[in-house]
Every structure is written in C-alpha cells, then in structure tokens.
Design a protein. Structure first.
Length: 251
C-alpha cells in the first residue's frame, strides 16, 4: 500500500483525472482524503480557468481571424505618460491560459504573462503618449491618438480592431467593447503589455526623481505623491492640466 506522502505527491503531479484514482477515492485515511480534496479543488480551478479562456477566444473569433485588441494604462495618474498597446494573437493561444485584465493579476503574474504575450503574439506594438501631449490635447484625445498609433504601426494589418471602451480614428473596421479586458483575450493581452511597459517606465523615472516615489504609486495621486508634490513641486513629467498641479502652476 502506498504511503500518504507518496499518494499526496502523485496527486500533486497529476494534471487530470485518471481511472487509477478510484482507489484513492475509496482510501479512508484522513491524509489521503485531504490530498484528494485538494486535487479536486485544483482540477475545478483549472476547469474554470479553461472555460474563461475558451470564452475569451470565442469572443475574439466572432470578429474574424486577424483581430487586434487595444487597451491603455495610465489615464488617471498625475505624472508620466499614458501607454497603449495593440496585440494580434494566433487562433490557438493555450499558452496564455490564465491571462486576464492586468488589474486582476499580481505584478509577478503580469511580468510572466507579458513575456508570453510577446512570445506568442502574431504582432504587437506599444506606444507612449507624453505628459506634454496630454496637456496639449487632453487625456481622452491623447489616449485615442496613442491607441490609433499602436494599431497603425503593427507589422500585420488587422482585419478588425476591438478597443476597450474607445472608438479610434482609424480606417479599419472596429468596435468599442465595454469592459473589454474582461471579455477579450486580445484586449487583455494589450492591457498586460501597456500596464507592464508603463510600470517599467515609472520605475526608471523614480531613479531620477527618488523623492516622489514613482516606483510605488506609478504617478497616481496617493497621499505620498501629493505630499511630495506639496514639498518639491511638479516635475516636467507631471501633467500640468491635472489638479492639483494646474493650481500649483497658476499659483
């Protein structure tokens, strides 16, 4: 008879239900049943992940084969660029199982997913729109223009574009998708690239402006950031059209 430790290790290594597991189900030892329940829980989680993944792929497939998903990161911060990304994924994207809206994933998972997206995408592009442009034309227009550039500079022309809650000035059939990063695998992939690229940018910016803590809040209006602004004033990377910076400059 196998020991509880051996059975636990075997179940941890298993990736699907197999017929030999019937004997484990009938094993009355508490340790074996605990391991069995953990296995069932893991399989249930994996099944749900697969179902969500398949639903995202099916959502994208309704728009054609070469579908570009587009998303942004950084519309709300007081400093730094808004970053957009466009991604065209292949039809079979099993390698991206677990890919979700960037806000739903930890930084570690985002970094891993970012590399997987870059590895498997048919084409992708990331664009940075500076604080200067944001101040000149407003954040909405700056984001829209940046998204359009992300699409137009892909090395493969998409048949269709789906953007997260935005209609773009492009000559390609498109559709704006509300909460697209939760429905579409391509938009979720774009959100990962945009978020990761922006975070890296703000971490680099923090090295030149350590007093603002950009690596901790990415330019958002946290208490720490507002206190630094009050003490040191805005930098050239702060958005002069955003409050409270706008009032600081006028004052």
């Amino acid at each position: 008879m196998q020991t509880i430790k051996e059975i636990t290790a075997t179940l941890k290594a298993a990736t699907q239900y197999e017929t030999w597991m019937k004997t484990i189900q009938q094993d009355e030892r508490a340790g074996v049943q605990k391991a069995w329940q953990q296995f069932l829980k893991r399989m249930d989680k994996q099944q749900k992940l697969q179902q969500e993944h398949d639903a995202k792929i099916a959502f994208d497939a309704q728009f054609g084969r070469l579908v570009a998903g587009v998303d942004e990161a950084g519309r709300g911060p007081l400093a730094g660029p808004v970053v957009t990304a466009a991604v065209i994924l292949p039809e079979n994207c099993q390698a991206l199982l677990g890919l979700n809206d960037s806000k739903q994933l930890s930084k570690e998972v985002r970094e891993r997913m970012c590399e997987l997206v870059k590895e498997h995408a048919l084409s992708y592009n990331v664009h940075f729109q500076s604080a200067k442009i944001i101040d000149e034309i407003n954040i909405y227009e700056a984001t829209k223009q940046s998204m359009a550039i992300s699409v137009e500079t892909l090395n493969i022309r998409p048949d269709f574009v789906i953007a997260d809650a935005m209609t773009l000035p492009i000559a390609i059939p498109q559709q704006s998708i509300i909460k697209g990063d939760a429905k579409s695998l391509a938009i979720a992939a774009a959100s990962i690239l945009a978020k990761t690229a922006r975070d890296h940018y703000m971490e680099e910016l923090a090295q030149n402006f350590p007093q603002y803590g950009f690596e901790q809040h990415a330019g958002y209006g946290t208490k720490q950031h507002l206190e630094a602004l009050a003490k040191y004033g805005p930098t050239i990377h702060h958005r002069a059209s955003f409050e409270p910076i706008k009032s600081m400059i006028k004052g």
